[in-house]
Design a protein around this ligand. Structure first.
Ligand code: IVH
Length: 678
């Protein structure tokens, strides 16, 4: 074994201290002092030195936080002092009664000072520090014996491996809650889903599952945090006078304590703290299920003592539960404004998250399958804040015999059009499009939007009114609106009515791509509409093309082709198109009347000089129709240069590079050969 120089030993100590400091700034103070990359460098330097000099390894080293792949069995440990639980106050009255009992026992009429702390929704743990070093961490268990989870606890970055600062007693026990912040929980679940593993129902379960891992390397990957809420020392002469001050000391030792903690004098102030915290509940980055009130003075706590398993000096006041059990009585299908068909669970009404809930979205059929929901199932419903209620889990043991599977209907419950689900998409959609009443307003709004037919003055509010009043059902009805009808509407003057009629009139002669885009076919945006229009040239041909033919168009894949096909397959959509024609809408077919292949696909062309029979823009458009990209500069990669009159440096460069060059006559011949007129 090599002799470790004093220098290396010192560097290792120094690195450990610096890394501990940065960990503390980052995970406890939420105030990083150096960039992650710099931290990683220090960490790697320490890892390397420890690997080179195994005799320097130590359980306190921050490198230990990555965990170990060895399996631990969680040994039973006996708590030095039992880990008690808390009584609950279920109403304001019960809290006042608690305060009354406290004052009676203390024989005082003066208001008692309480510390109000968020009740974190995680798991209680006990941590032993001997001479400042973490030696044992345990779960609460039954309150008297728990399990040794030291290896897993070491991986949590907000748990100090060594206490910081001075004034460190020989033996101290710090207790607190291990929890998983909401953001970390969401990320973890997304990762599990990606890996095809079962996600956790809520952050509490995720925290519990993560602490119970046999391999601490797995725990190390889980976003756990610790928040301290009490301490006990063997030498009680070292205790401060109040719970509040003892937590300040715990904070100085390097623990995170809850920043929402408050002092309150008497029961009414406690109730105010309860309301204030409940208001804040949603915006906190972690879940809490209530508030805990603790008598602040430790001597008074002593005096009050315990009853059975709970202290007389503390009580929890729970918030309304965010999760409850109920039964799925049926599943209905709702059609959204974009045609998405969503399964919605009808529930036996249940009080959850502060309101009575009788519906919960099931999102889509993938979700129905993931949850394995059947009608008749007992399920966990979760409603947090203003978030819509969710079905989070089925209780399989409670499934009644004959529980019904949930099946997607084949036809839209609103308009009876086919429901289609494109391969690779989770969402099923009504193909009723322009016709489906559920999609009506959205279809009209899109049709009139600026990039589509640009009908000025036809805003969202007006569309609402027109549809609700039954004046417009499909876009074709817009062309039958009269001045008289419009001026009868609220807040619609003669002038606006005239302007709107004129704007609608002006939309009667759109170019093909705009009209196609305006139809609001799924996934057919501006660019795809342009490609389809220039490839096929007429709506007739597009509506007759099968999926293979549609996929010949650049950027049209199977999904888009499927949407286009199912749109034109719906008789309702055909009827609406006919109604538009009848109303005098005449779209200008694109110039390409024959199908144009794209012989120049993948090639880059350059135009230079002046053309006599067409503008450069026209030439560019034609070349693009044939699939070419038109660029402004000549390079080795240029496929061909079209040189008009007075071509200059670009032509010279093309000749120098030996590139093919076409003159205007050559260009026209090429275009005509591919069916493009000039
Ligand atoms: S004090 C004797 N403070 O709630 C007092 N507990 O039912 C014991 N908890 O097992 C606990 N936040 O897991 C206390 N600020 C807080 C707490 C808290 C969450 C949990 C803890 C305990 C349970 C008591």
């Amino acid at each position: 074994m090599t002799q470790v120089s004093a220098e290396i030993r010192q560097r290792v100590e120094e690195l450990r201290a610096v890394i501990d400091d940065h960990n503390h700034s980052y995970y406890v103070l939420d105030d990083p002092k150096i960039p992650d990359a710099e931290f990683d460098r220090l960490f790697r330097e320490l890892q390397t030195l420890e690997a080179q000099h195994p005799e320097l390894e130590s359980d306190d080293s921050p490198t230990r936080r990555v965990g170990s792949a060895a399996e631990t069995s969680f040994q039973e440990v006996v708590h030095r002092l039992p880990m008690l639980s808390l009584d609950n106050a279920f109403s304001e009255e019960e809290l006042r009664e608690f305060d009354r009992r406290v004052r009676d026992r203390l024989a005082t009429e003066d208001p008692v000072e309480y510390v109000c702390e968020p009740k974190l929704d995680g798991l209680a743990v006990s941590l032993h520090y001997e001479n400042g070093a973490l030696t044992r961490a345990a779960t609460r268990g039954d309150g008297y014996t728990g399990e040794d989870i030291t290896a897993n606890i070491r991986t949590i970055p907000s748990v100090p491996l060594k206490l910081r600062g001075n004034n460190i007693p020989e033996l101290v026990e710090v207790r607190g809650e291990v929890y998983m912040p909401k953001a970390g929980f969401e990320k973890l679940n997304a990762r599990l889903a990606e890996q095809g593993e079962k996600p956790f129902v809520n952050p509490r379960n995720a925290a519990a599952g993560s602490l119970r891992q046999k391999k601490s390397t797995v725990t190390a990957q889980r976003p756990l945090e610790l928040c301290a809420y009490s301490m006990a020392v063997t030498d009680e002469t070292l205790l401060p006078a109040t719970h509040w001050d003892s937590l300040q000391r715990v904070r100085e030792w390097g623990f995170r304590i809850n920043p929402e903690m408050r002092k309150a004098q008497g029961a009414e102030a406690c109730l105010d703290a309860y309301s204030a915290l409940m208001q804040k509940r949603e915006s906190l980055p972690y879940e809490i299920d209530g508030i805990v009130f603790k008598v602040n003075r430790l001597d008074l706590q002593q005096q009050l003592g315990f009853v059975s398993r709970a202290p007389r000096w503390a009580i929890a006041h729970k918030f309304p539960a965010q999760e409850e059990l109920t039964v799925i009585e049926g599943v209905e299908f709702q059609v959204g404004r974009t045609g998405a068909v969503t399964p919605v669970a009808r529930l036996k009404p249940v009080f959850v998250g502060g309101v009575t809930v009788s519906n919960a979205t099931l999102h889509n059929m993938d979700e129905v399958r993931r949850l394995d929901v059947h009608i008749g199932d007992t399920v966990f419903i979760r409603r947090a804040g203003d978030v819509i209620p969710q079905v989070v889990k089925v209780v399989p043991d409670k499934r009644p015999e004959g529980a019904c599977e949930v099946l997607m209907p084949s036809h839209c419950p609103v308009c009876d059009s086919d429901i289609v689900q494109i391969d690779g998409e989770a969402v099923a959609r009504c193909s009723g499009g322009l016709f489906c009443p559920a999609q009506r307003k959205e279809a009209i709004r899109h049709y009139a939007s600026r990039k589509a037919l640009d009908i000025e003055g036809l805003g969202d509010r007006l569309i609402e009114v027109l549809v609700d009043e039954g004046m417009v059902q499909t876009v074709a009805d817009l062309y039958r609106l009269t001045r008289f009808q419009l001026s009868s509407l609220d807040r619609m003057g003669d002038k606006s009515a005239n302007n709107l009629i004129a704007a609608i009139d002006r939309s009667r002669h759109p170019v093909l791509w705009r009209f196609l885009y305006a139809l609001g076919i799924r996934e057919v945006g501006e660019a795809t509409a342009k490609s389809l229009a220039s490839y096929f040239g007429s709506l007739e041909l597009i509506s007759q093309a099968d999926e293979d033919a549609l996929q010949q168009v650049a950027d049209v894949g199977p999904i888009v082709a499927g949407h286009v096909r199912s749109f034109f397959d719906q008789p309702h959509n055909q009827e609406t198109l006919q109604a538009l024609k009848d109303a005098g809408v005449v779209w200008q077919e694109a110039q390409v009347l024959e199908r144009v292949a794209q012989p120049l696909a993948g090639e880059t062309w350059v135009l230079t000089g002046t053309l006599s029979q067409m503008t450069r823009d026209q030439a560019k458009e034609k070349l693009e129709m044939l699939g070419a990209k038109v660029s402004g500069s000549v390079s080795k990669k240029t496929a061909c240069v079209v040189a008009g009159e007075a071509a200059g440096s670009k032509l010279a460069k093309a000749e120098q590079l030996g590139l093919p060059v076409l003159d205007e006559v050559g260009l026209r011949a090429l275009l005509e050969e591919h069916g493009l007129t000039v």
